[in-house]
Design a protein around this ligand. Structure first.
Ligand SMILES: [Zn+2]
Length: 429
């Protein structure tokens, strides 16, 4: 059967890998940071900037939020989320599970699914593996996530085991429903295979043609010449999710059970949910190298620039996080020398850009002093421009990560980047 996505590794250094994911809509160089468009759009940053300035190839949207508002009927009536939002590159949708499980007081969990009260109007709603697959088919995202249960970070071993067993049963149900939906033509983002990824679309963000010609050093055998649309089905791809909190033996068990079902890619869930940093790094160090080498590995909901680099060094390929826009709205800016907060009085007469080393359009033009003034005056442009810079900084960091892996200097890049990052922590972000 034709596959939904292609995954090709270009170079490796230690566990760190750089490669290209080809979906039916775009080619995505990895490691990749996926900006989060919770409601089908980013908070404060228009798609135009993502396309023209940052060359973002994939954005994440939240099933839970879009399911509640505007609702799947509206989005399906308007042709799916790509047409509705005009974002024509790749979309990944989460399953809604994580949001529902964070509504601790408002939900009732059964084998069948989760009943919960909408945070918008208090109405009773229901999500299950089948409903989540239905919604994600209506949205027409290019990468679909299975519906999972995420145990809390401090859950004991029995609760975590019960949770991962439920997650495994739900993963099976998700895949069954997903397959039926694909066969029934319910995917509103379906692309005829003849028009999947027209060659004109393929513009590498980096001069990687040379690197792409280099054989992978992993022993995998990616398809020949997979730089275009050859062999893609035009259908949605489905990723499985590995749970198990901080218990390594349970993580391994969850991995085995998920791989047994078989998915286009594998995600690590249940990290960055309140556990200590060393726990996250230990889980990644243990788990990532055991995940299938020939599938993309996605660490959900993580993280800071430091987390991204540390996870890449342990073998992770994909990330998403709301931090660039969430922090941006409260004046928090990420820079190559650590986080700063533009509200700090010391920036009142500062004529430097947010990050003198950043090439984004905000840093090219505006000073910290001016942005601080806008912020203090309650001008929405302050939040918009800091969010813009933060996204550009995250995207540029991943670009540099990819380049360093390709040139075999990732270890040096990692140590220099991290020590610089700690130089000027401004706190309070
Ligand atoms: Zn900038």
């Amino acid at each position: 059967m034709e596959k939904a996505i292609d995954w090709k590794i270009i170079a490796k250094e230690g566990e760190a890998r750089t490669g290209i994911i080809t979906t039916r809509r775009s080619q995505i160089e990895t490691p990749v940071f996926m900006p989060v468009g919770t409601q089908g759009g980013l908070k404060g940053v228009r798609f135009e900037w993502l396309e023209s300035e940052m060359d973002v190839r994939i954005v994440l949207a939240n099933t839970y939020h879009l399911f509640l508002r505007p609702g799947t009927d509206v989005i399906r009536a308007l042709g799916g989320l790509h047409k509705f939002s005009t974002w024509n590159r790749s979309l990944l949708t989460d399953s809604g599970g994580f949001q529902v499980f964070s509504l601790t007081d408002l939900r009732k969990l059964t084998e069948e699914g989760v009943e919960f009260r909408s945070h918008i109007d208090g109405s009773k709603r229901f999500l299950s593996p089948e409903v989540s697959m239905d919604v994600q088919a209506a949205l027409g995202s290019d990468i679909v996530m299975v519906f999972d249960e995420c145990a809390s970070g401090d859950a004991g071993i029995d609760a975590t085991r019960a949770s991962l067993e439920l997650t495994a049963r739900w993963a099976r149900r998700s895949k069954d429903r997903f397959n039926n939906l694909q066969e029934d033509g319910a995917d509103s983002g379906f692309v005829q295979s003849s028009s999947v990824l027209s060659p004109a679309f393929w513009r590498p963000t980096t001069p990687s043609a040379e690197a792409a010609a280099t054989p992978p050093k992993t022993g995998n055998s990616p398809p020949e010449g997979g730089t275009q649309n050859e062999g893609l089905s035009g259908r949605q791809a489905l990723f499985g999710i590995i749970q198990g909190a901080g218990h390594l033996d349970l993580r391994k068990e969850s991995l085995d059970r998920t791989v047994e079902i078989g998915f286009d890619g594998y995600a690590i869930g249940g990290l960055s949910v309140g556990e200590e940093k060393p726990v996250m790094y230990d889980v990644l160090e243990f788990l990532a190298p055991k995940m299938p080498a020939d599938r993309p590995r996605y660490l959900m909901g993580v993280g800071t620039p430091e987390d991204l680099i540390e996870a890449v060094s342990r073998g992770v390929d994909m990330f998403d996080c709301v931090m660039p826009t969430r922090n941006g709205r409260t004046g928090g800016a990420f820079t190559s020398r650590g986080k700063i907060n533009i509200r700090n009085a010391k920036y009142a007469t500062d004529n430097e850009p947010i990050d003198p080393e950043c090439g984004c359009s905000v840093c090219k033009r505006y000073s910290r002093g001016y942005l601080r003034h806008l912020y203090q005056a309650g001008e929405m442009n302050a939040a918009i421009m800091i969010s813009h810079h933060n996204l550009a900084f995250f995207l540029d960091t991943m670009h540099r990560v990819r380049q360093s892996i390709k040139s075999g200097h990732f270890a040096r890049f990692r140590s220099e980047f991290l020590s610089k990052l700690r130089e000027n922590e401004d706190l309070g972000v």
